[in-house]
Design a protein around this ligand. Structure first.
Ligand SMILES: NC(=O)c1ccc[n+]([C@@H]2O[C@H](COP(=O)([O-])OP(=O)(O)OC[C@H]3O[C@@H](n4cnc5c(N)ncnc54)[C@H](O)[C@@H]3O)[C@@H](O)[C@H]2O)c1
Ligand SMILES: CC(C)[C@H](C(=O)O)[C@@H](O)C(=O)O
Ligand SMILES: [Mg+2]
Length: 365
């Protein structure tokens, strides 16, 4: 039986997870057989257990085929020590399971081309994917401290570190992905300023020469890449970049599609040679949206589409994954909108959007 650990988290996390659970139950009613367990993470984990990643959650994660993660964080926990903050729960999961390849697709649904802050012709038909390195770089490099240096002064230190193998494996992930798409990879770094950028380019270039010549490789400085993402996003197919640049570039890509509430992601580990399994966590790109939490109005599409990515990447259920994508596109084509993509026009709530997506699935079954 395929098993999924649901980690709702904080803020709108539980609301969009409840919506996604209904979609999973729809597939179970059709015989998919997903076994579901739930765990506490983030602020919810801290409140119950004094830690954002309780040992019981980690145990459940070890046992599950894949994890679905809602969102964590919020003002209630903002003053906690760094290691106890809700976000540390998410970073801990990524690091513990070495989920180094973070796939963040940005797809503009035809019905939403006018919801973007950019002109219709710039975003219409957009289908790109950001491949963000997720377990290295400045997020995890040591030392990472704030220290007193006397005279009332402090010094904050974050350390950017990349080893060859970390760059090579994310480059391979990007090239492999591009092969199933339009065969173009753009690598973004800042080699003009950073040593890690120099090594990044060198290793991506060398990896390309190891049998990936059928894929076009382009290099771009990350600041210029950010500009190009807004100027002409359709020039890209796969963008591969480091942890911090990938965090920022994927929020830009999200907004191209109309709302952060639209963007799913998959965080994948290496394939285990013995079991053929790969560790995976699926989550929306957006956060816990404290400004709208508790109102039942969050857009559930990024979370539901993250489950769609699990169908594809963890369970090989491509027909179901396509049916779910079509159902989301169908609900949008019918003019249904949550507030974040309604541009002031009448909107429906989280439950209404979930009803519409399930009705579309029923219609297509
Ligand atoms: N993966 C995660 O769990 C994750 C990711 C990003 C931020 N965070 C955390 O979330 C908290 C809030 O961060 P933030 O406000 O910078 O980012 P955010 O993504 O939570 O919200 C940014 C804006 O987008 C809107 N938005 C986001 N998701 C939406 C959805 N599904 N439907 C409708 N509107 C949506 C919000 O209402 C808000 O106006 C912080 O504690 C941050 O650390 C968590
Ligand atoms: C919540 C935070 C730790 C996280 C990140 O910075 O990676 C988020 O912004 C994301 O994009 O997944
Ligand atoms: Mg982010």
């Amino acid at each position: 039986m395929p098993s999924l650990l649901l980690l709702p988290g904080d803020g709108i996390g539980p609301e969009i997870m409840a919506a996604t659970k209904r979609v999973i139950e729809y597939f179970n009613a059709k015989g998919a057989g997903f076994e579901l367990t739930e765990g506490l993470v983030g602020g919810a984990g801290y409140d119950a257990d004094g830690t954002p990643l309780p040992p019981a959650t980690l145990e459940k994660a070890e046992a599950a085929d894949a994890m679905l993660f809602g969102a964590v964080g919020g003002p209630k926990w903002d003053n906690l020590a760094y290691d106890l903050r809700p976000e540390a729960g998410l970073l801990g999961l990524r690091k513990h399971f070495e989920l180094f390849a973070n796939l963040r697709p940005a797809i503009s649904y035809p019905a939403l081309a006018d919801s973007s802050s950019l002109k219709r012709e710039v975003v219409e038909g957009l289908d790109i994917i950001i491949v963000r390195e997720l377990t290295g770089g400045v997020y995890f490099g040591e030392p990472k401290t704030i220290e007193d240096i006397g005279n009332g002064q402090k010094r904050a230190i974050d350390t950017q570190i990349y080893d060859t193998y970390e760059i090579e494996r994310i480059a391979r992930a990007a090239f492999d992905l591009a092969r199933a798409r339009r065969r173009k990879v753009t690598s973004m770094e800042k080699r003009n300023v950073m040593k890690s950028g120099l090594l990044w380019r060198e290793v991506v270039e060398a990896t390309h020469k190891q049998g990936y010549e059928d894929v076009e490789l382009q290099h771009m400085l990350a600041d210029a890449g950010a500009m190009q993402l807004v100027r002409d996003p359709k020039q890209f197919d796969v963008v591969v970049t480091d942890n911090l640049f990938g965090d920022m570039l994927s929020d830009i890509a999200a907004q191209l599609t109309g709302s952060l509430g639209m963007l799913p992601s998959a965080s994948l580990g290496a394939v285990d040679e013995k079991t053929g399994r790969r560790r995976a966590l699926y989550e929306p790109v957006h956060g816990s949206a404290p400004d709208i939490a508790g109102q039942g109005i969050a857009n559930p599409i990024a979370m539901i589409a993250s489950f769609g990515m699990a169908l594809k990447y963890s369970f090989g259920m491509l027909d179901e994954a396509n049916a779910l994508d079509d159902a989301i596109a169908g609900a949008l084509a019918d003019g249904l909108r949550t507030a974040d993509i309604a541009a002031g026009a009448p909107s429906i709530d989280t439950e209404g959007m979930t009803d519409a997506i399930i009705a579309q699935l029923e219609k297509r079954s």
